[in-house]
Ligand binder design. Structure first.
Ligand code: PLP
Length: 409
C-alpha cells in the first residue's frame, strides 16, 4: 500500500486565507446591504499597462505564423530576457550578475518554495517572524521543520527571528546554528526593510558560517528610500552567499500572467558544489520554461514605455499606502511599513488579538484586512492592510475606520 508524505499531515488545521474567506462570506450573507472593501489582498487590481499588452499581442501573432512560431522555451529562459534583466536590474545598479546566472521561471512563489530541494534534508532553516508563509510551509513538506506546537505557533526545528516594533523590525543574527536564512526585503507582511549596512551584517555572517541567504525581493519596485538596497548583490560579498528571487507580479501586475526569476551566482559554492549547477539541474528536470509570449511581455517591462507606465502603477498603489498610513496615524494607531512597500502593518489597538481586530473591522466598517498572527507567532497583536485596492475604495475604507466607535481615542 502506498504511503503518503506524512509531513503534509503536520500542518495545523485552518489555512489563513480560507478562514478569512469563510468569515467574509458569512458576513456578506448576514449583511447583504453592506459594501465590503477588501484591504487584505496581496493581489494587484490595476490592468496590464499598454506596453505589456502590445508585447503580448505581438508575441501571440508570432506564435500564429510558421516562420516565427516558438515551441518549448529554453529551460532557463530566453537570452533576450535574461540579458535584459542582467542589464536593467543588475548592471544598472553596479551589480555584476551575468545573464546565465539568471533562471527565468513562472514566478517567485514556485522558486522560493522549490529552492529548498537542492539542500540537505538536515538543513536548519531560519525565518524572520512574521513573514511570507511559503518559506516555512515548503520546508514542512520536505520534513525539515520538526513538530508544530499549537500553543506557541512554532515548529520545533525552525529558528524564528522575531521582527517587531521592539527591535525596529530588524532581525537579530541567530544564536543557534542556521543553514538556510530566508530574508524578505521589503518584507511581507510588515512592509519594513533593511538598510545596506543592516544587510551587510547578514552577508558577512553567512560568509563566515557557510550559511546561504535566500533573499526574496518580490517587492523591490516599491523601494523609495536611497539607503535600502534593491538587490542583495549591491552588498559586497553577497555573490558567495546569496540566492535572490524576483517577481514580475507586483511591479508589473503579472499575478495572473506568471513570470519571475531567480539569481544563483556561479561563485556560490557549498561543500565543494556550485549551487548554480544544482539549480540548473533541478530547473531543467522539473520546469519546461516560461512561455515565449510571457517572456516577451516581461521584456516589455524594461522598455522605455513599460518603465514609465509601471512607475505610474507603483505610484498609484503607493498613494493608497499613504492614505492608509496617514489615516491610521490620525486615529492614533501605531503604524509601520507603507513607505518602501505596499503593505501597512499596524499594532492592534486596545490589547485585542489580531483575529479580534479582524472581526471588529469587518463588523463595524465592512473592511477586510489580514490578521498578523497568520504570518507567524510574532505577528500576533498586529494587522496587515494592503495598498493594492482602488484609490476610491482605499479612501472610503479609511473614512469608515475613522468613524468606528471602538477606535475612537
Ligand atoms: N514572495 C513574496 C514575499 C510574496 O509576498 C509573494 C506574493 O504575494 C510572492 C513571493 C509570490 O510571487 P509570484 O506571484 O511571482 O509567485
Amino acid at each position: 500500500m502506498v504511503k503518503v508524505n506524512e509531513n503534509y499531515l503536520k500542518f495545523p488545521g485552518s489555512y489563513l486565507f480560507s478562514t478569512i474567506a469563510k468569515k467574509v462570506n458569512a458576513y456578506m450573507i448576514e449583511n447583504p446591504d453592506k459594501k465590503v472593501i477588501r484591504l487584505g489582498i496581496g493581489d494587484v487590481t490595476m490592468p496590464l499597462s499598454s506596453a505589456i499588452v502590445e508585447a503580448l499581442h505581438g508575441a501571440v501573432d508570432e506564435m500564429g505564423a510558421a516562420e516565427t512560431f516558438h515551441g518549448y522555451a529554453p529551460d532557463l529562459g530566453y537570452g533576450f530576457l535574461r540579458e535584459t534583466i542582467a542589464r536593467e536590474d543588475y548592471s544598472s545598479r553596479g551589480c555584476q550578475i551575468e545573464a546565465d546566472e539568471i533562471f527565468v521561471s513562472d514566478g517567485a512563489k514556485s522558486d522560493c518554495g522549490n529552492i529548498q530541494e537542492i539542500f540537505d534534508e538536515s538543513s536548519i532553516i531560519a525565518v524572520c517572524d512574521p513573514v511570507y508563509p511559503v518559506y516555512v510551509d515548503s520546508n514542512v513538506m520536505a520534513g525539515r521543520t520538526g513538530t508544530y506546537d499549537e500553543v506557541t505557533g512554532k515548529w520545533s526545528k525552525v529558528v524564528y527571528m522575531p521582527c517587531t516594533a521592539e527591535n525596529g523590525f530588524v532581525p537579530e543574527l541567530p544564536t543557534e546554528a542556521a543553514d538556510l536564512i530566508y530574508l524578505c526585503v521589503p518584507n511581507n507582511p510588515t512592509g519594513t526593510t533593511l538598510t545596506r549596512d543592516q544587510l551587510k551584517v547578514w552577508v558577512d555572517y553567512a560568509n563566515e558560517t557557510g550559511a546561504v541567504i535566500l533573499y526574496d525581493a518580490a517587492y523591490e519596485a516599491y523601494i523609495a528610500e536611497d539607503n535600502i538596497p534593491h538587490s542583495i548583490y549591491e552588498i559586497e560579498g553577497a555573490k558567495t552567499c546569496a540566492i535572490e528571487f524576483r517577481s514580475f507580479s507586483k511591479n508589473a501586475g503579472f499575478t495572473g500572467v506568471r513570470l519571475g526569476f531567480t539569481v544563483v551566482p556561479k561563485e556560490l559554492v557549498r561543500g565543494g558544489v556550485a549551487l548554480h549547477a544544482l539549480w540548473a539541474r533541478r530547473h531543467g528536470t522539473k520546469f519546461n520554461g516560461a512561455p515565449y509570449i510571457i517572456q516577451k511581455a516581461g521584456e516589455a517591462v524594461y522598455s522605455e514605455a513599460g518603465k514609465a507606465q509601471l512607475k505610474e502603477q507603483v505610484a498609484y498603489y503607493m498613494r493608497n499606502a499613504k492614505v492608509i498610513y496617514d489615516g491610521l496615524k490620525e486615529i492614533g494607531c501605531e503604524v509601520y511599513g507603507g513607505v518602501n512597500a505596499p503593505y501597512i502593518w499596524l499594532k492592534v489597538p486596545k490589547g485585542m488579538t489580531s483575529w479580534e481586530f479582524f472581526d471588529l473591522l469587518l463588523e463595524e466598517a465592512s473592511v477586510v484586512g489580514t490578521p498578523g498572527s497568520g504570518f507567524g507567532p510574532s505577528g500576533e497583536g498586529y494587522f496587515r492592510l494592503t495598498a493594492f485596492g482602488t484609490y476610491e475604495n482605499t479612501k472610503e475604507a479609511m473614512e469608515r475606520l475613522k468613524k468606528m466607535p471602538s477606535l475612537r481615542k
